[in-house]
Ligand binder design. Structure first.
Ligand SMILES: Nc1ncnc2c1ncn2[C@@H]1O[C@H](COP(=O)(O)OP(=O)(O)OP(=O)(O)O)[C@@H](O)[C@H]1O
Ligand SMILES: [Mg+2]
Length: 263
């Protein structure tokens, strides 16, 4: 019995068409970028908040919107600092993103070419996600100094490392902080309902089974947990050839993550 007909929408990298309950944050971040459109520097922001509450999703949502609405000759660059944690890795990554040939070129040469190319745009918005994983800040220093019109967004689920930033960098960045709050119960339910609607055959879940997933996700406060529980409990039901996902399937899925979350 195939209950899960569209598993891709349960991946945590899936970016939905709409991002409900983050309208305020979306508006605030968009305001910070807006000066770029008037040929001024945008504001720089530090986004903080606990895991799995839509920080990355919100920034990617804004970037996608800028691309779709074709607002002009602007560029958005998203960098995951967990994957690209050193100056050189960022340089090679960004070069590839903007179509600069990297082979047989040293980072010192590449960074100059990158800066030159970025300055041909009317403005560039950078997002450095998981920025607490960044080992050196040279790249950010360079763009602060040498890119004419830019807005820099830093994202982290801790603010400790950021505070320990070099003072010269801090004073140049003039970060405004925006704290993402956890979703409340109704919001978690709304988001998971939407995913359920997209991912499953209609009426796959027994009412109470779905509610249990909402409760557990709210308790832990991380939407990734909810996505995992939706998927895993569906697989449990499929394995026993059931036409419905029932409470026993959800409890079995919760059992799997119990040790990790200690709740
Ligand atoms: N308002 C929302 N509507 C729909 N889906 C959402 C919403 N907020 C978050 N999500 C989804 O929840 C999942 C986790 O969100 P996201 O990756 O943005 O978390 P995060 O806050 O960046 O966490 P971390 O700090 O661990 O990186 C993603 O699949 C995302 O699409
Ligand atoms: Mg994230």
């Amino acid at each position: 019995m195939n209950l899960l007909i569209n598993p891709g929408v349960l991946e945590s990298s899936f970016l939905p068409r709409l991002l409900p309950y983050r309208e305020e944050e979306h508006k605030y971040i968009a305001e910070c970028i807006k000066p770029l459109l008037l040929k001024r520097n945008g504001r720089n922001i530090l986004i903080t908040g606990s895991p799995g509450i839509g920080k990355t999703a919100c920034v990617k949502f804004i970037f996608r919107k800028m691309i779709e609405e074709n607002v002009g000759n602007y560029l958005t660059i998203y960098i995951n600092c967990w994957k690209h944690d050193t100056n050189n890795k960022i340089i090679y990554y960004v070069a590839e993103q903007i179509g600069i040939r990297t082979n047989e070129r040293y980072p010192e040469e590449l960074i100059d070419i990158i800066i030159k190319k970025l300055n041909t745009y009317e403005g560039v918005v950078f997002a450095f996600d998981e920025v607490d994983r960044l080992h050196d800040w040279n790249f950010i220093y360079r763009i602060l100094e040498d890119i004419k019109y830019k807005s820099i967004i830093l994202i982290t689920n801790t603010s400790e490392n950021i505070i320990r930033l070099d003072e010269r960098l801090l004073s140049r960045l003039l970060l405004e902080r925006i704290e993402f709050k956890k979703y409340n119960f109704e919001e978690i339910r709304g988001i998971l309902r939407e995913r359920e609607f997209m991912a499953f055959k209609p009426n796959s879940f027994e009412y109470e089974a779905f509610e249990e997933i909402v409760r557990k996700t709210y308790e832990i406060g991380d939407l990734r947990v909810g996505l995992f529980l939706l998927k895993n409990s569906a697989e449990n039901a499929e394995n026993r050839n059931s036409e419905k996902i029932e409470m026993c399937d959800v409890l079995k899925a919760i059992e799997r993550i119990k040790d990790i979350y200690h709740k």
